[in-house]
Design a protein around this ligand. Structure first.
Ligand SMILES: C[S@@+](CC[C@H](N)C(=O)[O-])C[C@H]1O[C@@H](n2cnc3c(N)ncnc32)[C@H](O)[C@@H]1O
Length: 327
């Protein structure tokens, strides 16, 4: 790992995972200006609701650039709007084929269209690009439009267990630090990790973390010394993971005996988990209970709670708190 020098604002350390060099833009040029312009025009047709015209233009473009993933992805979006799920699947499959890092999230789209094996979690490239682009308006959008209250609900659930202070707190997918802000008063040492350098930059400016790291949660947890964390937070982050086994296994290893893991989820009525059209995973309660038990995590609460709204409607969610116990 390479340490990044941080301006003399405070003593927070920021580290960058070497595999996470530069964020790549969501738009990737075809290498041909005329085709790029056609793509942009197709996007503006899409914005205006002219999905058929946008699809025609994208098809013509793809005749000339058949390996251009963004255009396949855009074609898939228009096919969905036109109600042609089979053609959308075909287009997203082509996009996934020509975008091996899955920066555009075509595999998530395929999952949401019922292609089961498409993706068990969001790709790192997709997350990094999405949140780098979102970072500057994240706080105002979450508070203002989405009425986000994940960190406050987690804090209230922790308070109900009469837990008041933690020696070492890890904030997974810390983003701009909304959970960090809520939990700082309870944490003697607070460490945050996120894939998005732009989100981490904003968290860093708030001067609330003792340590910040640009890395994937899985890599970060795998590097932690065993049985040392007293509280691990995942506020609105498990929605980017379908299969929770690897995550819960690593959390079980990192938590000290008597340490807690507090998380939010979107609620799923079917079995185990699924990816929705919002490109976020939702999880079934029984699946969470079984996965916790499998990794020696005692469930203290798993209760319904809407942490945010979508188009003005509460999104059904869950708040969970588990404790690592001695076998
Ligand atoms: C919706 S935001 C929530 C941020 C923060 N926890 C909060 O409550 O405001 C999700 C964050 O998780 C990060 N994230 C998602 N998957 C990740 C992964 N596999 N590794 C590291 N960070 C991840 C994203 O970059 C993003 O900043």
């Amino acid at each position: 790992m390479i340490g990044i020098l941080v301006p003399s604002l405070n003593s927070t350390k920021m580290l960058q995972d070497p595999s996470m060099n530069k964020p790549s833009p969501r738009f990737r040029s075809s290498g041909d200006l005329i085709l790029d312009r056609r793509y942009e025009y197709a996007q503006s047709l899409h914005q205006r609701g002219e999905f058929g015209a946008a699809a025609d233009l994208l098809r013509q473009t793809l005749d000339l650039a058949p390996e251009w993933a963004p255009a396949w992805f855009a074609l898939g979006e228009n096919m969905l709007k036109l109600g042609h799920a089979d053609k959308a699947i075909e287009a997203f499959s082509q996009s996934a084929k020509h975008d091996p890092m899955d920066e555009f999230g075509a595999k998530l789209k395929l999952g949401s269209l019922g292609i089961k094996a498409a993706s068990a979690s969001a790709s790192r490239a997709y997350i990094q690009t999405l949140f780098d682009q979102y970072a500057d308006r994240f706080d105002s959008h979450l508070h203002g439009t989405l009425h986000y209250r994940g960190p406050l609900l987690l804090k209230a659930a922790i308070a109900r267990l009469e837990l008041k202070s933690f020696a070492k707190v890890l904030d997974l997918g810390c983003g701009t630090g909304l959970a960090g802000e809520a939990f700082r008063p309870l944490a003697m040492y607070l460490s945050g990790v996120d894939l998005s350098p732009r989100m981490i930059e904003i968290a860093h400016r708030k001067e609330i973390y003792d340590h910040l790291e640009i890395a994937s949660i899985v890599d970060f947890l795998a590097r932690q010394p065993n049985a040392t964390a007293n509280l691990i937070l995942a506020a609105d982050v498990l929605v980017y993971f379908g299969d929770l086994e690897e995550m819960f296994c690593l959390i079980g290893q990192c938590l000290a005996i008597g340490g807690y893991f507090a998380f939010t989820l979107q609620k799923f009525a079917g079995s185990s988990y699924a990816i929705g059209t919002d490109m976020r995973f939702s999880h079934n309660e029984s699946y969470v209970r079984e996965t916790s038990a499998k990794f020696s995590l005692k469930l203290h609460c798993l209760e319904p709670a809407a942490t945010r709204q979508e188009a003005g409607v509460e999104v059904p969610g869950l708040i969970g708190i588990v404790e690592r116990f001695q076998l």
